[in-house]
Design a protein around this ligand. Structure first.
Ligand SMILES: NC(=O)c1ccc[n+]([C@@H]2O[C@H](COP(=O)([O-])OP(=O)(O)OC[C@H]3O[C@@H](n4cnc5c(N)ncnc54)[C@H](OP(=O)(O)O)[C@@H]3O)[C@@H](O)[C@H]2O)c1
Length: 266
């Protein structure tokens, strides 16, 4: 099937990718991914379970591997604009696959709750995401000359990406600091987070993640980046709604004005 780049493999996988993202969007409305203390149990969490740190590192590693391999197979791998996006990508996935899991504070005595099924689903996404973007940047995309740096799509996208990434990392750090560096088993596992984006929404970390992939999609301007934006939004918007409901059920004093994910709207 040839409809976007003219390359049969790429164009066919893009159709498969968008069909997969539609499936994820629909299924996430009925139940969120089985990982973490709040959602790692229940019917969707059958089978092998891993600890949080291991689960995250294992799931996200293809993000650090597939993209550079495909990137350097392309003829334009030595051009400034693709190299800039390589740097953004490696920065983003070094945080997601290594830094964030290493810093994570695990409640002592908590049982392994990261489902192997979630890791495998994550691999499928990251293989497609890495291939789509790297192949487009160095093989199929024709817009990535040095002039792209002065294109408004690049500049606006970069600003949105930086805002989203900063919100994500700041919100992750507020959540992390709700637990002591070596948490005591007597401490409650979950507390109400305050400050930063939590002033407006229950899941500013997810809002930041969606904004960062929106910015990335605008700055690279290709459908491969829209694929991961669809996957991320399809997964995280329903998860934020489940998390919001969970907080209201478990904390009587949960701030009433807080929305789930989009300030003032949702
Ligand atoms: N691109 C994507 O599709 C995608 C998908 C999923 C996640 N992510 C990103 O990955 C990061 C982690 O996501 P996540 O779903 O694991 O987020 P999360 O639910 O916010 O959990 C992150 C960490 O904070 C702890 N935590 C959460 N709420 C807490 C509270 N109220 N009190 C004390 N500790 C709390 C969790 O502990 P427990 O493990 O004990 O619950 C976990 O260690 C986020 O930045 C998210 O945006 C991206």
């Amino acid at each position: 099937m040839q409809w976007y780049t003219g390359n049969t493999l790429y164009d066919t996988l893009l159709i498969v990718g968008f069909a997969y993202s539609l499936l994820v969007m629909v299924s996430s409305v009925f139940g969120t991914a089985a990982y973490g203390g709040r959602f790692g149990g229940g019917k969707r969490a059958k089978g092998i379970k891993l600890g949080s740190k291991t689960g995250w590192i294992l799931m996200e590693l293809p993000g650090l591997l597939v993209f550079p391999v495909v990137f350097f197979m392309g003829p334009n791998a030595d051009q400034s604009v693709p190299l800039f996006f390589l740097a953004v990508w490696m920065f983003h996935y070094t945080n997601r696959a290594l830094v964030a899991p290493m810093l994570m504070r695990v409640q002592p005595g908590s049982t392994a709750s990261f489902s192997l099924g979630v890791v495998i689903a994550g691999w499928a996404t990251l293989f497609l995401h890495g291939y789509f973007n790297a192949a487009y940047l160095t093989q199929f995309g024709e817009q990535y000359t040095d002039a792209w740096f002065s294109d408004p799509r690049f500049q606006i996208g970069l600003v949105v990406y930086v805002i989203g990434f900063s919100l994500n990392v700041h919100s992750d750090s507020i959540l992390r600091n709700l637990r002591a560096p070596n948490p005591s088993p007597d401490e409650p596992r979950y507390k109400i987070p305050y400050g930063g984006g939590f002033k407006w929404v229950t899941c500013p970390q997810y809002f930041g993640e969606i904004l960062s992939f929106t910015g990335f999609a605008i700055m690279v301007w290709n459908l491969g980046a829209v694929f991961v934006l669809a996957m991320t939004a399809g997964n995280l918007i329903p998860r934020a709604l489940f998390t919001h409901k969970w907080f209201h059920k478990n904390f009587d004093d949960y701030p009433k004005a807080r929305k789930a994910i989009i300030p003032g709207i949702l």
